[in-house]
Design a binder for this molecule. Structure first.
Ligand code: ADP
Length: 584
């Protein structure tokens, strides 16, 4: 279907191109023809008036009026020869009324006209009858083609006494045509070709060689004894244009676009023939170019269409992939949100559980710490009452002293609890770590001795001062020492105190030889109320309070296990000199 359409298009274009190309060629041919005819006419017209002018010359008139002797003829021959050269004609001659040539420019040549009789030539008959004769033909003596002009010569009385005739050659004109690519033909009134750019066409009949045409030619001896044949052309018409097929001297028949024009004066018809081969080749080339362009255009269009289709497909595919991705992302997001919500809920649950656990531990510890001294105080109070009844006042007062000490103990617990809730707003002081350690050792001395613990103080002498509160730092060190003692239980052992500074901080380490801190609880030992000790022996507040105190000092409290066993607690404090630049 598409192919048929393309074919139809190519055919239509071929018709259009052919029509326009042929029209152009026709125009060119007609222009060429016009120029050829003008040139030819111009050439003939140059000579047309010459015989009449020559007929009026005194020499000519007197020569023909009274034919002279041989000396006069001799003189006339020379005059004609000279004049012939001047007017550039081929031959110039004078004819007596009986048709005999009396004098001629070619008198001294072998084919001299002198003595020849030209009564059969139409130009002579016309001129002797008083008209101006013109004729084209082959010279009967020379065999050279020529155009003849003749005029009557009159004496002073006006009587026709002879004819002056001149002949011009056409060979030069014909040679001039050979340079062009087209062919030029000139036919006489009987349709016989006498000038042609291809010599084989000469003396051939373009029109049918009818008997009267042949007879006319014979009478005027136009072509002397040259045999005449038909040209054998084939003629056809194409859209009002005339096409002629004609074989040339190479024997190959070619088709020509033919235009012709009559030259009324001479009775000639001039034809210009343009080979249609190049014209048709030009049409074919244009059509081929069009077909090629069409092909290129179509394949380009096809490729473009394909590309667009592929692009559209890819875009659709991408859109689908994108949609799928978005759907997956949405799904995952929902999953994640769900998981996150779950986690939050679990965390909240755990926090709640942790709070409750801490509260439970605290309640257990507190109720024990308070109930036990309360119960003891009650016992003491009961016995004191009995002892007072009995009048044993000294023992009663002992009991009351016990009760007071129990009350003090409860007050201490209360103070501990206050410490947990305390806010860190006390200003920091510059203090010596040595002093803090010495004070702490004094406070803890009883407790340490009871547990059979020996402390080795390995603190270097030249430690920088540290930042902190003296009482609170001492409390931290006491806590760590008593924990160390607890860890080593009643078996006792050594606790090492050491310190080091990196310039910005001073780190105090407390190392015991107990079991160390189990990895499972490392993260929790600084939590308030976390304890592994039995109810009554620990509140689980010591490390928590210590941690907060050290943090208040801008330091840190860390725990690690020594490679050789035992726990190592590190109290990291700011070196006081670190603040000095700011103070200055
Ligand atoms: P308490 O001493 O009242 O239990 P702490 O806060 O001081 O409370 O200590 C919490 C827990 O940390 C202790 O119960 C114990 O399990 C652990 N712990 C503290 N110090 C040491 C140590 N030096 N060696 C081993 N474990 C320790």
């Amino acid at each position: 279907m598409g192919a048929a359409l393309c074919l139809a298009l190519v055919f239509a274009v071929e018709r259009l191109v052919r029509a326009s190309t042929f029209m152009e060629a026709q125009e060119t041919a007609e222009n060429t023809l016009r120029q050829t005819v003008y040139a030819l006419e111009g050439h003939l017209r140059r000579y047309e008036v010459l015989p009449a002018l020559l007929a009026r010359q005194v020499e000519v008139r007197s020569f023909l009026a009274t034919p002279p002797g041989s000396a006069g003829i001799e003189q006339m021959n020379l005059w004609l020869k000279h004049t012939n050269r001047v007017i550039e004609s081929s031959d110039l001659y004078l004819i007596a009324p009986d048709g005999t040539t009396l004098a001629a420019s070619n008198f001294d040549q072998s084919d001299s006209f002198v003595g020849q009789n030209f009564t059969y030539r139409p130009y002579f008959t016309t001129a002797i009858a008083g008209g101006s004769g013109q004729f084209f033909g082959l010279g009967t003596t020379s065999g050279v083609r020529g155009y003849y002009f003749a005029s009557p010569v009159r004496d002073w009385a006006g009587r026709i006494v002879g004819v002056v005739a001149l002949k011009i050659g056409v060979d030069d004109l014909e040679t001039g045509w050979l340079a062009s690519t087209h062919h030029t033909l000139v036919t006489d009134p009987d349709g016989i070709v006498f000038m042609a750019t291809d010599p084989v066409w000469r003396y051939r009949g373009l029109l049918p060689l009818t008997p009267d045409r042949i007879a006319r030619t014979k009478t005027s001896r136009r072509y002397a004894d040259t045999p005449l044949y038909p040209l054998g052309q084939r003629e056809s018409a194409d859209n009002g244009r005339s096409l002629v097929t004609l074989a040339g001297s190479d024997g190959i028949a070619r088709e020509y676009l033919a235009v012709n024009r009559e030259m009324p004066g001479a009775g000639w018809t001039v034809r210009v023939l343009f080979d249609t081969g190049p014209i048709r080749a030009q049409v074919r080339l244009a059509v081929a170019a069009f077909a090629l362009l069409l092909g290129i255009g179509l394949s380009l269009g096809w490729a473009l269409w394909q590309r667009r289709a592929r692009l559209a497909e890819r875009i659709a595919l991408q859109a689908r992939a994108q949609a799928e991705l978005e759907r997956q992302v949405a799904e995952r997001t929902a999953d994640l949100r769900h998981a996150n919500d779950e986690l939050h809920r679990m965390q909240a649950d755990m926090i709640q559980a942790g709070k409750l656990a801490a509260l439970g531990r605290m309640s257990a510890a507190l109720s024990h710490e308070i109930n036990q001294p309360l119960a003891a105080a009650r016992n003491y109070a009961d016995s004191a009452a009995l002892l007072i009844e009995r009048g044993d006042l000294p023992r009663a007062s002992d009991n009351i002293a016990q009760i007071l000490s129990l009350i003090d103990r409860m007050a201490t617990i209360a103070r501990h609890l206050r410490n947990v809730a305390r806010k860190p707003n006390e200003p920091l002081k510059t203090l010596s770590l040595h002093d803090a350690v010495t004070d702490a050792l004094q406070v803890a001395e009883t407790r340490l001795r009871a547990s059979n613990v020996e402390v080795r103080n390995k603190l270097p002498k030249d430690l920088p001062m540290v930042l902190g509160g003296p009482v609170r730092l001492q409390q931290v060190i006491v806590n760590l020492l008593s924990n160390a003692a607890d860890a080593m239980d009643s078996t006792g052992g050594e606790v090492e105190l050491a310190a080091a500074s990196d310039g910005d901080t001073v780190t105090l380490t407390v190392r015991d030889h107990g079991p160390g801190v189990a990895p499972a609880i490392v993260d929790r030992i600084f939590d308030p109320f976390f304890t592994t000790k039995t109810v009554g022996s620990g509140l689980g507040l010591g490390l928590s309070i210590s941690y907060n105190i050290v943090k208040d000092f801008g330091g840190d409290l860390r725990v690690a296990n020594h490679p050789d066993g035992g726990a190592v607690f590190s109290v990291i404090l700011q070196a006081a000199k670190a603040l000095q630049p700011a103070a200055q």
